[in-house]
Ligand binder design. Structure first.
Ligand SMILES: [Fe+2]
Ligand SMILES: [Fe+2]
Length: 283
């Protein structure tokens, strides 16, 4: 049996507001996240870290970040996993630092790296103040190049807000990450096992420089990928991602927020008997 060395939980596009709900009352974005956090807390899996890939406050205001922090900090403590916060196009660096991190409110680019028992997580800040598309500066790419020159024992998960792969939605294709080719060359033949992004509000997988790319669903609400050309449409319902890291790669698994009605459940004894009957015999 293949067992992951690390499991991470990714939340993206939380879009918290200072109070109440978003989009004329149709979405309680904080409640969505709180439901997702409670599901993780109640699960048996013990994640290494909680990864937040941007668009954390819908309007980038300090009150929303404080509200988010008040929800995440105690939940992360109960889960026993640190929360890693990345920037998105709806975020504002000063308020993000002040309200969410309790740091000095500077507008410096917020890239960072964290390591957990040999697994490296690199978070890139692809936000461009006042813009909705994403970009990386030559200095950021140099920083990433230097980091990747030294592999980590269990490899790297590279996280960023703007997807470095196409979107089926025209508007998102216009507002995606700019320098694809250079990033692709950096991750090619590196120890990056998986690139995870957000921004799109729809789950998508792809590839960049030979590395799998996962575009996470939003916890806040979803984008209709079958909407007619020229129209963008959102709908209620969100999700998050379970990331499992193995010796030879990593997987990303969609988790819907809120479960449907149960259709089956086997207890341990029934499952043991089932496997005994159906597994091929050795030898
Ligand atoms: Fe978003
Ligand atoms: Fe975004």
């Amino acid at each position: 049996m293949r067992t992951p060395s690390h499991t991470l939980i990714q939340f993206s596009d939380v879009h918290v507001v200072p109070e109440g709900t978003l989009l004329h009352g149709s979405v309680d974005t904080l409640a969505n996240l709180e439901t997702a956090l409670a599901e993780v807390e109640q699960a048996e899996v013990r994640p290494t870290a909680l990864l937040f890939t941007g668009d954390l406050a819908d309007a980038g205001d300090p009150a929303s970040y404080r509200r988010l922090r008040a929800a995440v900090e105690p939940a992360a403590a109960r889960i026993g996993a640190p929360a890693l916060f990345g920037m998105g196009n709806h975020d504002a660096r000063e308020a993000f630092r002040e309200g969410l991190l309790g740091e000095e409110p500077t507008d410096l680019v917020r890239d960072f790296v964290a390591e957990f028992d040999g697994l490296r997580v690199i978070m890139l800040d692809t936000s461009e103040p006042g813009q909705h598309h994403g970009d990386l500066t030559p200095a950021q790419l140099d920083w990433l190049r230097d980091l990747l020159a030294e592999p980590a024992a269990h490899g790297t998960i590279l996280a960023l807000h703007h997807p470095p792969i196409p979107s089926p939605l025209e508007v998102l294709e216009l507002l995606t990450l700019r320098p694809h080719a250079e990033l692709a060359e950096l991750v090619r033949d590196s120890d990056v096992k998986l690139i995870v992004a957000g921004h799109a509000h729809h789950a998508t997988c792809g590839v960049l420089g030979g590395v799998p790319v996962w575009v996470a669903p939003a916890t806040a609400y979803g984008a209709d990928v079958l909407a007619p050309a020229g129209l963008i449409r959102g709908y209620t319902g969100g999700g998050y991602t379970r990331i499992d890291v193995y010796a030879d790669g990593a997987t990303a698994t969609f988790v819907p927020i809120g479960r449907g009605a149960p259709v089956y459940e086997l207890d341990a004894e029934t499952l043991r008997r089932y496997l005994a009957e159906h597994l091929p015999t050795q030898g």
